[in-house]
Design a protein around this ligand. Structure first.
Ligand code: URA
Length: 214
């Protein structure tokens, strides 16, 4: 794990994460491999995003004796997937925390204005009692991320994290300005956005690459 020079942003500089990310960036990587790598890398990102979950102890019997063993305490998790690309991160996260609840937030970027337009929202009722980990592989303009966190907060969420694969400086600035209380976990901070709102050097359209739609 490394600081990033940005307040509230953690860049996961683990060699496995960086290697898998480079494979995903390569335009010659197939849909099959892209999806597999995304699932693997999301487990590693989840590991980092849950690093500060509270522990308590429970009394258990090992084959040899009784012990006070550490177990998760406190708030239960919700993974909030920003459709559709967020679902690529979701699978690996659920591999690690299978009991987590899941929220889905449908947002698309208006191709002209790049503004986030909502078309679907479904989340557990008790968001105020849970830690919410918001998932979107690409933090680009930040419009979708800010809109998703707005909606989750309106529905009661107050303990949130944002996990992405790649972040652009523009998206980080927008998220930090809009939601300074929401820490960001990412595998890399890239150079910039292009005029269409794509991250450069980036990896292209994450949804298209994971679902093979282009
Ligand atoms: N969404 C993507 O899928 N890729 C980008 O580069 C930016 C937003």
């Amino acid at each position: 794990m490394a600081g990033s020079g940005w307040d509230g942003v953690t860049v996961i500089d683990h060699p496995l994460v960086q290697h898998k990310l480079s494979l995903m960036r390569d335009r010659n990587t197939s849909t099959l491999d892209f999806r597999r790598l995304l699932r693997e890398i999301s487990m590693l990102l989840c590991y980092e995003a849950t690093r500060d979950l509270e522990l308590t102890t429970a009394t258990i019997e090992t084959p040899l004796t009784t012990m006070e063993a550490p177990v998760l305490a406190g708030k239960k998790l919700v993974f909030a997937s920003i459709l559709r690309a967020g679902n690529g991160l979701l699978e690996g996260m659920l591999d690690l925390v299978p009991a987590a609840r899941v929220a889905h937030i449908g947002l698309y970027r208006d191709p002209k204005t790049l503004v986030a337009v909502e078309y679907y929202f479904k989340a557990p009722d008790d968001l105020h009692e849970r830690r919410v980990i918001v998932l979107d592989p690409m933090l680009a303009t930040g419009n979708s991320s800010v809109a998703a966190v707005d909606r989750l907060k309106e529905r009661g969420a107050s303990d949130l994290r944002f996990v992405c694969l790649l972040a652009a400086p523009e998206g980080i600035e927008r998220m930090r300005a809009g939601h300074p209380d929401v820490p960001i976990v990412t595998a890399a901070v890239d150079e910039r956005l292009d005029s269409h709102g794509y991250i450069v050097p980036g990896l292209g359209d994450a949804g298209d690459r994971m679902f093979g739609t282009k």
